[in-house]
Design a protein around this ligand. Structure first.
Ligand SMILES: [Zn+2]
Length: 287
């Protein structure tokens, strides 16, 4: 169910038309490459992400193990009780928890705490389908919880992480892409772009995540409209502004059942955050 419906797609197309922007996707996340044709429009990207059939839904990365043939236990026992019985069946290497992976502590991470600029509900029209999007950054534990919850319900998300988050967690982009998620641009340091010069906007977007995703989400949803500076400079990078239909307010502590009811009831693009306290539980409830 995690895909854009017709109306949201129309909105995106309308923005593109209004901007006169030539949208393109040079690369899709690596995990999606094998199973999907080259995407040329955002609509196709989301068709790929939203498809349920195995052929067009990039499978979640699964470990593959080669289990060598073993002699029966009885044969091992026949060697005598003094002979140690060794369980040498190769076991999967434990996945290193995210909080034990390398971190670049020189790079700060933007994790807001219950405050935000006004969030415009700026993508008009809702669809009956749902696209889960995850913004900003979080602790390694929080990120792991979101990734695990998505895997549990076999859904894919669109991640708008900051460049600081990418630099702080060097493994993050590759990890998300290996699970089939889109990783998109949310600036470098999460400023309100309306307050910056054109040079500043260019610098923030340019140092943000460029990982084959054609979408850009301005921090706080703060932009100056489809013909404004923010959208125009994003277009210079081949990026299109994607806002959202539903603000889950997970960043402000909204309970999981309320988030899930809102998402299912209104549909469309759902704004969630990697640092939301109840976000993983909400993902499981949305299913
Ligand atoms: Zn943000």
């Amino acid at each position: 169910m995690t895909h854009l419906g017709g109306r949201s797609l129309f909105n995106i197309a309308a923005w593109a038309g209004a901007l006169g922007v030539a949208l393109f996707v040079h690369g899709t996340p690596s995990a999606a490459h094998a199973a999907t044709p080259t995407a040329t429009t955002p609509a196709q990207v989301f068709q790929v992400l939203g498809g349920k059939a195995p052929a067009d839904w990039p499978a979640l990365a699964q470990p593959h193990f080669h289990v060598r043939a073993q002699p029966p236990l009885l044969a091992l026992w026949e060697g005598g009780p003094e002979r140690p019985v060794v369980n040498n069946i190769p076991m999967p290497p434990p996945e290193v928890p995210f909080d034990q992976r390398p971190v670049n502590s020189q790079v700060p991470v933007f994790i807001p705490r219950g405050f935000a600029a006004p969030y415009p509900n700026a993508a008009p029209g809702h669809s009956s389908s749902i696209t889960l999007t995850f913004d900003d950054c979080g602790t390694a534990d929080q990120i792991q919880a979101v990734v695990a919850a998505l895997a549990d319900v076999n859904e894919h998300g669109v991640f708008f992480i900051t460049g600081q988050c990418r630099d702080h967690f060097p493994w993050l982009v590759a990890t998300l892409q290996s699970k089939g998620h889109l990783v998109c641009n949310h600036t470098y340091s999460h400023p309100d772009l309306r307050r910056l010069s054109n040079y500043g906007i260019r610098s923030e977007i340019g140092r943000g995540v460029m990982a084959g995703c054609p979408y850009f989400r301005p921090p706080y949803g703060a932009w100056d409209g489809p013909r404004g500076r923010v959208a125009g400079i994003a277009a210079e990078f081949g990026l299109q502004v994607m806002l959202w239909d539903v603000d889950s307010r997970d960043w402000a502590g909204a309970p999981a059942d309320r988030i899930a009811a809102l998402a299912k009831g209104r549909g469309g693009i759902i704004l969630l955050h990697l640092h939301g306290a109840s976000t993983p539980e909400a993902i499981r409830l949305i299913g």
